[in-house]
Design a protein around this ligand. Sequence first.
Ligand code: UDP
Length: 310
Amino acid sequence: MARVVITGGAGFLGSHLADALLARGDHVLAIDNLITGARTNIEHLFGTPGFTFVEQDVSNFVWVAGDVDAVLHFASPASPIDYLEMPIQTLKVGSLGTHNTLGLAKAKGATYLIASTSEVYGDPLVHPQPEDYWGNVNPVGPRGVYDEAKRFSEAMTMAYHRAHGVDTRIVRIFNTYGPRMRPDDGRVISNFVVQALRGESLTVYGDGSQTRSFCFVDDEIRGLVALLDSGEHDPVNLGNPNEFTILELAELVLDVTGSSSTIEHHPLPTDDPTQRKPDITRARQILGWEPHVDLRTGIEKTVEYFRSAS
Ligand code: UDP
């Protein structure tokens, strides 16, 4: 049994992580300032022995009383529309928030895991993306606030590992989807599913030929827990390597929902990566992990969630 602090604990990934760790007997302290997280994601956990929630912004000083075995830093706006709306909070939680939570891990002698992202590869010139690819990021574009904050957080995490001997992990999370995404989150799967269920047009940005590789949340969480339990300090990609164009995704959502919505093209956002697919060789070798849920099955589960949540 371990006591684990999860920042962003009321968010999409943070709340699923809390479920997984509590299920195996760990204690969880979830911290969230609720700017993109939601109490509804964790309300089923209130009253669960070993679960505590604190509403706090980890960009400010973080202190936790008592022993802590692991600190998992998942707090951040994570959808392009969110970090474009909250650019400074995004930069602060990725930089100051990472520094504060690393300080907490160091003080407690705790393992530290930083939720990094495939966005560190920017609009990648290498395909698929292995961890030793340094990326192609525009630091001053609108996405730079997220990409550079996460790149800084990786550098800071390695510095705490090298200089202070903190037992660190770095995960690069590729597009993940499933229950508990917000309907207005703005990411492509939640947008398409909500639009299809409401009979609204599906908003495909650009011609829809750009690609992404989508990982169902249960697979992602299994990988995250395996990484936490490993002794791996170098970055590890966790994502589903099955790659789809956005147009293929739109058609699949229409098929699964049986919706008669049409597809409507909108302008492509600035610096939207043209392709993205993880090379998960390291995750396979080090963690014995790979995703199992195919896109259709995952979309079916996600549709079920949005139907019952609406
Ligand atoms: N996208 C789209 N329609 C939407 C939302 C997103 O076509 O309503 C596209 C977006 O331009 C990008 C891809 O879907 O090419 C994935 O976008 P998302 O915001 O989910 O995540 P990203 O991988 O860009 O961070």
